[in-house]
Design a protein around this ligand. Structure first.
Ligand SMILES: C[C@](O)(C(=O)O)[C@H](CC(=O)O)C(=O)O
Length: 290
């Protein structure tokens, strides 16, 4: 998609099957599987490098295959989960899982969310080794999976170091760049100019380390992909907590009447599943009997 359009691709962050289904229901062209959200939903753990390749790959595979041939999924690949061999393996696994694009960063394996303090990055050479391994994997697999080079060096090493790292990542074959945690709009805008002709991705984390930049502003600046990492996990937290509090105090959940169990199952593909069953000649799940 990034190779076929000049438009800004807007990806809501999804963290589980239901949030991915809701993104499909609303009709987004592309989705982002957040690592922070995967860690929270799959492990119940903070985004501190605890999710393994197996956790991430399994989650990405489930989300990517909810709608085969549907909106492509960009998935977080964190640090690549080890040295170059492991990065190579991670990319091969994401390709087999049906992921359309992934971002690979330069934080230490003991990483943390890009919007926390105290981030450290590996040396330039170690980072480039990760990018080379990722590039080799997709070449060997004959895959067009999109390689997004991310740097988290801004906090500890400054803007110029980020630009230097991304320039080499571009030379090594990365399709897209991601400078994590811009501290101002001016910085975000000048970064796009710096890399004119090479697509940049903007990670929007409301209430995170960066100023709020709207989709229109990002488009105006020239970003080509925008992900909203917390677009489902933050509102889910808010809504679930408010509901649980109501349950505790009032003894009811209080959901609107139209939110029936069937409504939720419809969002989760009930119609398509029944079509498969009926089309196969079975009447167990007939349309008028469910
Ligand atoms: C983009 C990110 O990698 C994610 O997991 O969604 C996180 C988001 C976050 O935790 O704020 C990141 O920016 O590191």
């Amino acid at each position: 998609m990034i190779r076929d359009t000049e438009k800004l691709i807007v990806c809501p962050g999804v963290y589980d099957g239901l949030s991915a289904r809701i993104a499909h229901e609303v009709g987004f062209d592309s989705l982002y599987m957040t690592g922070a959200g995967t860690s929270a939903s799959r492990l119940g753990m903070a985004d501190l490098g605890l999710a393994t390749l197996s956790d991430m790959r399994a989650h990405a595979e489930m989300i990517s295959n909810l709608k085969p041939n549907g909106a492509p999924i960009i998935a977080d690949m964190d640090t690549g989960y080890g040295g170059p061999m492991m990065v190579y393996r991670a990319v091969c696994e994401y390709i087999r899982a049906g992921v359309a694009g992934f971002h690979l960063e330069d934080q230490l394996l003991t990483k943390r969310c890009g919007h926390l303090k105290g981030k450290e990055v590996v040396s330039r050479e170690d980072y480039y080794a990760r990018i080379r391994a990722a590039q080799a994997a997709r070449v060997h697999m004959g895959s067009d999976i999109v390689l997004i080079a991310r740097t988290d060096a801004l906090q500890s090493r400054g803007y110029d170091e980020c630009v230097a790292r991304l320039k080499v990542a571009r030379e090594l074959g990365a399709d897209v760049g991601l400078l994590e945690g811009f501290t101002s709009r001016e910085q975000a805008s000048s970064c796009v100019k710096e890399f004119q002709g090479w697509p940049l991705l903007l990670n929007s984390v409301e209430n995170g380390a960066s100023p709020l930049i709207t989709v229109d502003e990002a488009r105006e600046m020239g970003f080509r992909i925008m992900i909203f990492s917390f677009a489902s996990i933050a509102p889910a937290y808010q809504a679930i907590k408010a509901t649980f509090e109501r349950l505790k105090t009032d003894g009811v959940i209080g959901t609107k009447g139209e939110i029936t169990p069937k409504k939720i199952f419809d969002v989760c593909g009930l119609g398509d599943l029944v079509d498969i069953e009926v089309g196969s000649g079975s009447s167990v799940y007939a349309k008028d009997n469910i």
